[in-house]
Ligand binder design. Structure first.
Ligand SMILES: [Zn+2]
Ligand SMILES: [Zn+2]
Length: 119
């Protein structure tokens, strides 16, 4: 009986993880904090004069992206993504994909964003 419960529990967890991965993967941050590791996410200030970067930024506080940068005080704090052109970290659009592309803050080249295609 107990073994069966554990098995069912395991299946539920597997299904939940799969569903979560399928639904949220396109929107999940590229830099996830490891479970049990230091809390926080990777953030990058796009203000060229500032360049603030934090690997363990506490994003639990309420607020919309972009967040206020703790160094320069401007609303230029984004989650970063790696530019496919120059390989540097650039700002990732905060919510969904409302724009087809963004410009890299380093090389200025356009990065095409690929929204999840409805199947
Ligand atoms: Zn800043
Ligand atoms: Zn670039």
């Amino acid at each position: 009986m107990n073994r069966q419960k554990i098995l069912i529990g395991g299946i539920i967890v597997c299904v939940a993880v799969t569903v979560y991965a399928v639904i949220f993967k396109p929107f999940a941050p590229k830099f996830k904090a490891p479970e049990g590791g230091p809390k926080g996410i990777h953030v990058l200030c796009t203000n060229a004069d500032c360049g603030f970067e934090d690997q363990h930024y506490d994003a639990s506080a309420r607020g919309r992206w972009p967040r206020t940068c703790p160094k320069c005080g401007q609303k230029t704090l984004y989650m970063p993504m790696r530019c496919p052109h120059c390989g540097e970290l650039t700002a990732e659009p905060p919510t969904g994909y409302d724009k087809p592309s963004i410009k890299c803050i380093h090389c200025g080249k356009e990065i095409m964003l690929q929204p999840p295609m409805p199947q």
